[in-house]
Design a protein around this ligand. Sequence first.
Ligand SMILES: Cc1ncc(COP(=O)(O)O)c(C=O)c1O
Length: 378
Amino acid sequence: MTALGSQGSIGCAAPRPALFTAYPRLAAHIAHLPLGDFPTAIERIPGLLPGGCELWVKREDRAGLRYGGNKVRKLEFLLADAKRRGAGSLITIGGLGSNHVLATAIYGAGQGLSVDAVLFPQPIADPGRAHIRQNLLAGLAAGLRPHVCRSYAALSWTLPTTYLRLWRSAKAQASALTYVSGGGSNAIGTLGWWSGGLEITQQIERGEAPRFDAIYLALGSGGTTAGLLLGLGGLVPVCSEIVAVRVVPWPLSTHAAVQRLAGAALQHVGAALDVRFSLAAFPRLRIESRFLGRGYGHSTPEAQHALSRAADLGLRLDPTYTAKAFSALWADDQAGRLRGKRVLFLHTYSSQPLAVAGDAALGLRSLPAWLAAALDRG
Ligand SMILES: Cc1ncc(COP(=O)(O)O)c(C=O)c1O
């Protein structure tokens, strides 16, 4: 494995991720592309919560100029690895309005990779409708080739057949196709948030942020939480609890799924990591299931309340992930559980303005008619 510079060149001096500053030997073994704008700031937000907790926000929403959010760190490792293996194209998977698919389309195109995505259904109703429409149009503007499934059942044949077709076409052009896991959560994507956790630790050690009693974040495919656990699990405890708020139902997003990803990331770096972890220094992981509502992409009254209260203070949350995570934090604070505590909220949704193709109608016309009609309703 080789360290890649921003153009994929070897040995180019570029911003180093916290993973490499903490474990310099890894830089010679793990491929990395500097795509984002790191470290992201940790800011104190006064006056937002009702119950007296001290709220800080990790501004991951500003993780990249072209698109922010929690996928940028994952893609720095995923795209570097794909390029190292000679990929000219990527295929991934996500919901209709997936932030992961959009981030992969934007940053993949920036690296000269073509991006196909198999999209599975999610509720197309307000307030999520505008979000799905905007993400799809921005994805199309970035060159995304969507393969839309009308049902979950359709996923089981659309994914393998699309993969096979693209794999054959890449092979015919002497190129390679790389599959990027849903949410960017596999061993390599998890390195991104291992690095993110180390970045938080380093910010605390430099005095740029205090130690935290708890970190709240949204839990989807699990790579962010798994990486964060590894990054915060150094010898010095900097946070006692991670509260991962489930936005997808069981059996996805379980303790076991998070542990599997953390284990896979550790195994991936393998012998190149000459550090022993102390289990005692790992934050406790609480998976919070009460704020999921009817399922992935279904809004809840608590999330809508969180969304508008956060907007009052200039934080732009999304209905599917961050609003549910924030509603859990709000409820814990209101119940008095966080009185006198210091809490970090991981703002994982991009706040960068999106480049959407000039002609939205044209973009919508490239989607199946039932989907275009559903997105234009309301
Ligand atoms: C805005 C946002 N927050 C949080 C998450 C959850 O991250 P993970 O899938 O790594 O659990 C996602 C995943 O798509 C996301 O888009």
